[in-house]
Design a protein around this ligand. Structure first.
Ligand code: ADP
Ligand code: TRP
Length: 312
C-alpha cells in the first residue's frame, strides 16, 4: 500500500515565481508516488481573510493554479477543508487535550503578538485544526515549507496525546521539507515575497512579467547584474548563462529581455492551460474530491467519537 501524503494550500491570492519553485513544482514532482491529498484550507484562511468575495475567488484561483502547474485531479484527492466538517470537529477534541501554554508557543501566534497585533482565537487554535487536517487521513508525510515544520510537530503531539489518553488511534506524521530550489530572490535581491512587493507574478500576462523584470534592481558597479542573474539561474544552467552574460556585459536591458523570454517559455503553456479551466470545472473537481475525503474522514471520526465516549 502506498504511503499517505497530505498538504494544505492557503487560498491567499496571486502566486509568484517563488511560490512556484518553492512549493508548486516540488509538489507536482512528488505527489504521484503517494496516496495523495491536496486540500484548500479555507477555514484556516478565515483567520485573516474577512471578505467573502476575496475568499471565494482565492479558493477558485488556488485550485486553478495547481491544476495549471500540472496536478492531475485523477491522481490526488483534491478538496476544500470546509466541505469536510470532520476537520473542525476533530480540532475541538484536540483543543480539549492540549494546554493553553503549549499553543502559546506556536510561531504564527507569537509572531502576531510580537507585532503588537491582536490575535483572534482562531489563530490561536490554528495548529489544532491543522493537526486534525493531517491526522484524519492517517497521513505519513506532510510536504511543507520550512516555516510549517513546527505545525507538523504540533500535529505529532496531538496524535501522541490522543493515543495516550484513548489508545492507539492516530499515525504520527512526518514533515517533508520541500527543498525546491532554496530561496528564490525577488526583484530587489531579498527573498521574493508578497509582503515585500518584490515579486514576479507566476500567471501574469507577458506585459506584467516584463514590467516586473524591468524593475529588477541593478547597480552599475559590477559587470554582471546579480539580481537578474540570480533569477535567471532558475531557468538556465550556469554554462548556458555564461556565454549570454559574457556577450552582453553591461547591457542590462538585453539581459532582462532574455530573462523575460525564458520566463515566458516556462509560463506561457501553464498560463494557457489555466485560462481554459472554468470555475464550474473547479467546483466539479472539489465536489468529487470532497466525497472521497469525507468517506475517509467520516470513518476515522466514527472511531474517534466512539473512543472519546460521545457515541452512546
Ligand atoms: P509569501 O512569502 O509570498 O507570503 P507564502 O508564505 O504564502 O509566500 O509561501 C507559500 C509557499 O511558497 C511556501 O511553501 C513557501 O515556502 C514558498 N515560497 C514563498 N516564497 C518563496 C521564495 N522566495 N523562495 C522559495 N519558496 C518560497
Ligand atoms: N498552515 C499551512 C500554511 O500556512 C497550511 C495548512 C493547513 C497545511 N493545514 C495543513 C499544510 C495540513 C499541510 C498540512 O502553509
Amino acid at each position: 500500500m502506498s504511503k499517505r501524503l497530505l498538504t494544505g494550500l492557503q487560498p491567499s491570492g496571486n502566486l509568484h515565481l517563488g511560490n512556484y519553485f518553492g512549493a508548486l513544482k516540488p509538489f507536482v514532482d512528488l505527489y504521484g508516488d503517494y496516496d495523495s491529498h491536496l486540500m484548500v484550507v479555507d477555514y484556516h484562511a478565515l483567520t485573516t481573510i474577512k471578505d467573502a468575495t476575496v475568499l471565494r475567488s482565492n479558493i477558485v484561483d488556488v485550485v486553478k493554479d495547481y491544476l495549471a502547474a500540472g496536478v492531475d485531479p485523477n491522481k490526488v484527492i483534491l478538496f476544500k477543508q470546509s466541505d469536510v466538517p470532520e476537520h473542525t470537529e476533530l480540532a475541538w477534541i484536540f483543543e480539549c487535550l492540549v494546554s493553553v501554554s503549549f499553543l502559546e508557543l506556536a510561531h504564527a501566534y507569537k509572531d502576531k503578538l510580537a507585532k503588537g497585533l491582536e490575535a483572534n482565537a482562531g489563530l490561536f487554535n490554528y495548529p489544532m485544526l491543522m493537526a486534525a487536517d493531517i491526522l484524519l487521513y492517517d497521513t505519513d508525510v506532510v510536504p511543507v515549507g520550512k516555516d510549517q515544520q513546527q505545525h507538523v510537530e504540533y500535529a505529532r503531539e496531538a496524535a501522541n496525546k490522543f493515543n495516550l489518553a484513548y489508545g492507539e488511534t492516530f499515525v504520527e506524521p512526518k514533515e517533508m521539507i520541500l527543498e525546491g530550489v532554496g530561496v528564490v530572490p525577488g526583484t530587489d535581491g531579498a527573498k521574493m515575497s508578497k509582503s515585500y512587493k518584490n515579486t514576479i507574478p507566476l500567471f501574469g500576462s507577458k506585459d506584467e512579467i516584463a514590467k516586473a523584470v524591468m524593475g529588477i534592481v541593478t547597480d552599475s558597479s559590477g559587470e554582471r547584474p546579480e539580481n537578474v542573474y540570480a533569477i535567471h539561474k532558475l531557468f538556465k544552467s550556469d554554462d548556458e548563462l555564461a556565454s549570454l552574460y559574457e556577450a552582453n556585459k553591461g547591457s542590462y536591458k538585453i539581459l532582462k529581455e532574455a530573462l523575460i523570454e525564458d520566463i515566458e517559455t516556462l509560463i506561457a503553456p501553464m498560463r494557457d492551460r489555466r485560462a481554459d479551466i472554468t470555475d464550474d470545472a473547479v467546483r466539479d473537481i472539489l465536489r468529487a474530491g470532497a466525497e472521497k475525503a469525507r468517506a475517509r474522514a467520516g470513518a476515522k471520526m466514527e472511531e474517534v467519537r466512539r473512543k472519546v465516549g460521545v457515541t452512546i
